[in-house]
Design a protein around this ligand. Structure first.
Ligand SMILES: *[C@@H]1O[C@H](CO)[C@@H](O)[C@H](O)[C@H]1NC(C)=O
Ligand SMILES: *[C@@H]1O[C@H](CO)[C@@H](O)[C@H](O)[C@H]1NC(C)=O
Ligand SMILES: *[C@@H]1O[C@H](CO)[C@@H](O)[C@H](O)[C@H]1NC(C)=O
Ligand SMILES: *[C@@H]1O[C@H](CO)[C@@H](O)[C@H](O)[C@H]1NC(C)=O
Ligand SMILES: *[C@@H]1O[C@H](CO)[C@@H](O)[C@H](O)[C@H]1NC(C)=O
Length: 473
């Protein structure tokens, strides 16, 4: 009886709520290394492009930024070739056939080209057209989309290819770069609602993988608050109803056919912070420029823009991703919000490097409960993979896949890292893809053709920690 009651209480706090547009159970993959290229995932292609490999990635051409600086005249055409081939209509067909209902698309701030402070900063140009084309394929396939601000202006984490620039000079947590990230958010929010090809976007993730020690992310809480505010201010301008908003935005009839003019008016509405005000004003000319290039001038400036769809889900890494008194994004919610956690056993620090420790750890995984206790619900697991710190047998990888899916499916769902990985001599054939590529894992039978299925639903039974109050049933 006690157990049943405890189960009932937990299931009400852990309810995996699905917001509008969000699949009831997310079975997803990341479209990693497409619009933010991480050379380790495609070493042969990177080398063919002219890139390099080195121990410390800041010391050679091992990121988009260093590549763009090394090849200023050819970087755009070289990357166009990559964007055109790394993710294709065929991939969409394969993912759909594999039952994938969601993709998370890692994006760099530089996809909004006007935000790049040239010549101090260099990145390839032209990615937005490929994003728009990919979004239209995904929409036709009925696959839902999370736009993930993966690589932030100023770099959010030192020494990482995924930030676009392998540097120890981390400048994201400053007013200038917070403002650029807000402008990026404004642009993505506007197009998510007004550009028809963005129709399947249901969430925007504010910041991928910030520094985990919150003492090194000053004012991040203020940024989170402004992220929500700029999203909701734009949506209120569009006539979208946002529950319990503190913002008072109204659109006067004189600008009701000119969205950019209405946005300028919103920037001085009651309740808008000075940071959001500045970012809205900065976004307007950028919206016009992109609108002109994408054939959306009439939509932006010469037609009624009132929308009736749902607001976007504001997506943050969960508060427990950071330590040392982090700000809790749940405190700044206005409207739908969801949380993201990344689990990477192969990076160490989660379990001892052996199969039994991995299984005991994942079969007693408590992140969902820990997050729900501080309001970070619904939660999804936006990055996970089969990679291990030890040589794993095929048999173990089947169990490892099952056990992780079992753990993560108690949340709003899971999104694998990555949809694919290069298979070449440089990667020892499929040695890298075997534990990092969803499509290869599927081919090898570790993952199941029906993503909701398990080889063995009882995979965790012998590893359950009988001394704790389990919530698996
Ligand atoms: C950017 O470059 C200009 C010169 O082109 C320089 O004056 C400025 O200080 C640089 N800004 C930063 C943030 O490095
Ligand atoms: C829309 O409003 C902006 C800002 O006031 C203005 O510059 C632009 O000319 C207007 N566009 C049209 C088509 O009226
Ligand atoms: C909304 O306003 C109330 C009352 O002023 C305040 O307590 C609350 O923190 C505000 N919420 C947000 C998300 O700013
Ligand atoms: C198992 O339960 C014990 C006692 O509650 C706890 O100390 C230990 O951390 C638990 N192990 C796991 C893997 O949850
Ligand atoms: C891979 O290595 C094999 C054997 O050394 C060689 O024959 C083949 O051409 C290589 N393939 C590529 C794509 O380099």
């Amino acid at each position: 009886m006690r157990r049943i009651l405890a189960g009932l209480v937990l299931s009400s706090t852990l309810v995996a709520r699905a917001w509008a547009g969000q699949p009831a159970h997310i079975h997803g993959v990341n479209l990693g290394s497409w619009l933010v290229l991480e050379p380790w995932m495609l070493p042969q292609e990177w080398s063919d492009m002219g890139g390099q490999e080195c121990e410390v990635c800041s010391t050679c051409i091992a990121s988009e930024s260093s590549f763009a600086k090394a090849y200023p005249d050819t970087v755009d055409t070289t990357f166009a070739q990559h964007w055109d081939t790394w993710f294709t209509q065929d991939d969409v067909n394969t993912l759909k056939a594999a039952g994938i209902n969601t993709v998370r698309i890692p994006l760099g701030y530089w996809i909004v080209e006007a935000l790049v402070d040239r010549p101090n900063e260099s990145y390839p140009r032209g990615g937005l057209n490929y994003l728009r084309r990919g979004l239209s394929w995904l929409q036709d396939a009925g696959i839902q989309v999370i736009l993930d601000h993966h690589a932030l202006p100023g770099v959010q984490m030192p020494g990482q290819m995924f930030t676009g620039d392998c540097t120890t000079d981390v400048q994201f947590y400053t007013p200038y770069n917070y403002r650029r990230a807000l402008v990026w958010t404004a642009v993505m929010t506007v197009f998510s609602h007004l550009d028809p090809v963005f129709g399947n976007v249901f969430a925007i993730e504010a910041v991928n993988d910030p520094i985990t020690d919150a003492t090194n992310t000053p004012d991040y809480g203020t940024f989170q608050k402004n992220f929500v505010q700029i999203t909701r201010a734009i949506e209120l301008t569009l006539g979208i109803s946002v529950p319990s908003s503190n913002l008072s935005v109204s659109v006067s009839p004189s600008v009701s056919n000119n969205f950019t003019a209405a946005l300028i008016a919103t920037s001085s509405a009651t309740g808008i912070s000075t940071e959001v005000q500045a970012a809205l004003l900065e976004a307007v000319p950028i919206l016009r420029e992109i609108g002109a290039a994408s054939g959306l001038q009439t939509t932006l400036e010469a037609s009624p823009f009132k929308q009736s769809g749902p607001p976007l889900v504001a997506n943050f890494m969960d508060v427990n991703y950071q330590h040392n008194n982090p700000s809790n994004p749940a405190d700044v919610a206005i409207g739908p919000q969801a949380y993201d956690n990344h689990v990477s056993y192969s990076h160490g620090g989660i379990a001892d490097p052996d199969p039994t420790s991995y299984m005991s750890s994942i079969c007693n995984f408590k992140r969902l409960q820990a997050d729900a206790a501080v309001g970070n619900s619904p939660l999804w697991f936006g990055e996970w993979e089969l990679a291990t710190q030890f040589d794993a047998t095929d048999e173990f990888l089947c169990k490892w896949a099952d056990a992780q899916k079992l753990a993560y499916s108690k949340s709003a769902g899971w999104i694998y890292w990555n949809f694919k990985i290069e298979i070449s001599n440089r990667t020892d054939g499929n040695a890298l893809a075997r534990q990092w590529s969803y499509l290869e894992g599927l081919k090898l039978g570790f993952l199941t053709q029906d993503p909701a299925a398990l080889h063995d639903p009882n995979v965790c039974v012998s590893y359950m920690n009988k001394t704790t109050d389990d919530t698996s049933s």
